[in-house]
Design a protein around this ligand. Structure first.
Ligand SMILES: Cc1cc2nc3c(=O)[nH]c(=O)nc-3n(C[C@H](O)[C@H](O)[C@H](O)COP(=O)(O)OP(=O)(O)OC[C@H]3O[C@@H](n4cnc5c(N)ncnc54)[C@H](O)[C@@H]3O)c2cc1C
Length: 221
């Protein structure tokens, strides 16, 4: 039966505060588990960590001016697992260069599933005159410690919003989020067809040429 609001007496509400206070006063004290031990909070922290402390495990040359960095959790620094992400998301890196704190976004190029085996990849292209890209390409090597955000961004496939065939437009290092999507499709974690129109100056500088060709052969989608 619905409430007829015309019959509600405002005066009844004025007594509520006092009766609540009495209930609280008479309640038996119980000790609740501390907040961080709730499993929902633990899961939220695993999926959306404010920081992921990572360490460079491997550096792969993709082109003259672009390298792929395979990152693993830096357990000593407090990160045990890499957070799951949606293909198309990025990490925001926190760096200090000459005493100056800087942040830059780099899309994740590996598949979401790679997090289960404990690695994540980003690929950085040198930008002439750029502060962070040059710093990374010139100084990062296996063992370098990296302070990254959790996965961020909404450049992801949404089944309810997007058509089943997605046309992607990318140039240069912009291939990275699409590569993650293509890998997720090949591994069965995303269900859509991806048509990628990719531009680069010449085939020698085409990052991920072999990976994208072999993905296309294996999975025509
Ligand atoms: C969501 C997202 C995902 C991204 N993913 C990738 C990725 O996967 N791979 C990748 O390589 N990049 C990616 N980027 C780009 C990346 O974040 C950086 O912007 C890029 O690496 C350049 O940063 P930088 O510090 O080297 O250059 P900056 O120092 O920011 O300089 C950029 C340009 O501006 C010029 N400049 C700087 N200061 C001045 C000034 N005062 N006056 C005139 N010109 C100036 C520089 O010479 C340079 O050409 C992504 C960006 C976003 C937003």
């Amino acid at each position: 039966m619905g409430t007829n609001f015309n019959q509600v007496k405002i005066a009844d509400f004025t007594r509520l505060a006092a009766s609540r206070a009495a209930h609280i006063q008479n309640a038996v004290a119980r000790s609740f588990p501390p907040e961080e031990s709730y499993s929902a909070n633990r899961l939220a922290e695993e999926l959306h960590p404010a920081h992921q402390y990572l360490v460079v495990q491997k550096v792969t040359e993709l082109a003259d001016d672009m390298r792929c960095y395979t990152l693993a959790p830096d357990i000593e620094a407090g990160t045990e697992k890499i957070a799951w992400f949606s293909a198309g998301q990025y990490l925001s890196l926190n760096l200090e260069i000459d005493g100056m704190p800087v942040t830059r976004a780099y899309s994740i190029s590996s598949s979401p599933r790679s997090t289960l085996s404990g690695t994540i990849e980003i690929s950085v292209k040198r930008v002439p005159g750029g502060l962070v890209s040059n710093h990374i390409l010139d100084t990062w090597k296996p063992g370098t410690k990296v302070d990254a955000s959790g996965p961020l961004g909404t450049f992801t496939y949404e089944r309810l919003r997007d058509a089943h065939t997605v046309i992607g437009l990318a140039g240069g290092s912009g291939i990275t989020p699409f590569l993650s999507m293509a890998r997720a499709i090949a591994e069965g974690d995303e269900d859509f067809d991806l048509v990628l129109l990719y531009g680069c100056r010449n085939l020698e500088v085409m990052a991920y040429r072999r990976s994208s060709q072999s993905l296309r052969r294996r999975r025509p989608r």
